[in-house]
Design a protein around this ligand. Structure first.
Ligand code: FES
Ligand code: FE
Length: 367
């Protein structure tokens, strides 16, 4: 009878600070981490500081127009260089402690009495560089000395889901603009949020608006279950909006096959991408503690739509509701993870079996 049910991770994987620390070290500090939207750093000197694993990372646009990432730590005595989440400097970062000063390329350019210390190598004592790649309009960073292949791990996840990497090119995501951004402070372990995103067994129960737009979701099989499959809009649905009313003009590159369909992609460990014909919904997770995750969600539209000030609220409202419904469910599970009822975990029904592969992936990374 129970042959079709496979076990989940035990409850302590979601509550134990030691496991969370191991995840920070082995997963978030070793893999490519989607840190910022490149357009959030529009001009030289604009910067963001982002927590990746247990490190603070400074991402800045240089005078040459390129993005660079550094550990946000002064090389003198280790003070945190930038203490704000975002800001802008003219041409350099100056440490608030003893005023060591670094160029936008990370090089040490000035320090009190530096001329009296001629053998200081300004590169060696510059900021510590972190690997950075730009793709689909986001800056992805990796703290590992030898980062895994971006092509295999990040682009590969898209290929695995859509069947071909070129399928995502149609949406020209790097050219789109942020029409809306909402940050959710979710009181749940990051894995509960990934697992929730991966399955649609819950769709009929908690997502009335979404199943109205995507009737096949009511059947419980997530679009992610089948390679290349996008869930089709219902016959009387005009657009991917909270009430199924007309959306925006479809993005110019979207093919006929992709029109009126929704595709969801998970890029482990912290990105979810949702593709619909007229916009993209892009989630980035920032795990803060074993029981807390910040999820930043961007709604991306064409430049024309954002520039014209067209009303996007009905499309925003659909996924905002979906997010709140999902995060509410995750928050309901989190406290139960420490119950004796969940000491050995729960079970996955057949339509959730691919979550089992995620659990295996987690335990392998932590082993
Ligand atoms: Fe930054 Fe001393 S710690 S200048
Ligand atoms: Fe959901």
């Amino acid at each position: 009878m129970t042959a079709s049910l496979i076990p989940t991770l035990p409850g302590h994987y979601y509550t134990d600070p030691a496991i969370f620390a191991l995840e920070q070290a082995r997963i978030f500090e070793n893999m490519w981490f989607c840190a910022v939207r490149a357009s959030d750093l529009p001009t030289p000197g604009t910067f963001r500081s982002v927590t990746v694993g247990r490190e603070s990372i400074l991402i800045v646009r240089g005078r040459d127009g390129g993005l660079r990432a550094f550990l946000n730590i002064c090389r003198h005595r280790g003070a945190r260089l930038c203490t704000t989440a975002a800001g802008e400097v003219k041409r350099a970062f100056q440490c608030p402690y003893h005023a060591w000063t670094y160029g936008l390329d990370g090089k040490l350019i000035a320090a009190p009495n530096l001329t009296k210390m001629p053998d200081i190598d300004r590169v060696e004592y510059g900021l510590v560089r972190v690997h950075l790649r730009e793709w689909l309009g986001y800056a992805w960073v990796c703290l590992s000395d030898r980062p895994p292949s971006f092509e295999d791990e990040v682009m590969g996840a898209v290929t695995e889901r859509l069947g071909a990497l070129s399928a995502i090119d149609s949406y020209e995501i790097d050219t789109l603009q942020v029409g809306k951004r909402i940050s959710y402070d979710v009181r749940a372990n990051w894995k509960l949020i990934v697992e929730n995103f991966m399955e649609c067994y819950h769709c009929a129960t908690i997502h009335p608006e979404l199943t109205e737009v995507l009737p096949e979701f009511a059947g419980g099989y997530a679009a992610q279950y089948y390679v290349g499959h996008g869930a089709e809009f219902g016959a009387d649905i005009k657009g991917f909006t909270v009430d199924g009313s007309e959306g925006l003009p479809k993005l110019p590159g979207v093919t006929d096959d992709q029109d009126r369909r929704y595709y969801a992609i998970t890029i482990k460990p912290q990105v979810f991408i949702n593709l619909v014909p007229d916009h993209i919904i892009w989630h980035r997770m920032y795990p803060v503690a074993e029981d807390r995750t910040i999820v930043e969600c961007d709604w991306l539209y064409s430049t024309e739509v954002v520039a014209s000030g067209r009303d996007v609220s009905r499309s925003v409202e659909l996924f905002d509701r979906v997010n709140l419904q999902d995060f509410d469910a995750c928050e309901r599970c989190q406290p139960a993870m420490s119950s004796r009822a969940y000491a050995n975990g729960g079970v996955l029904v057949p339509s959730e079996h691919h979550i089992g592969a995620f659990h295996e992936w987690v335990t392998t990374r932590l082993a």
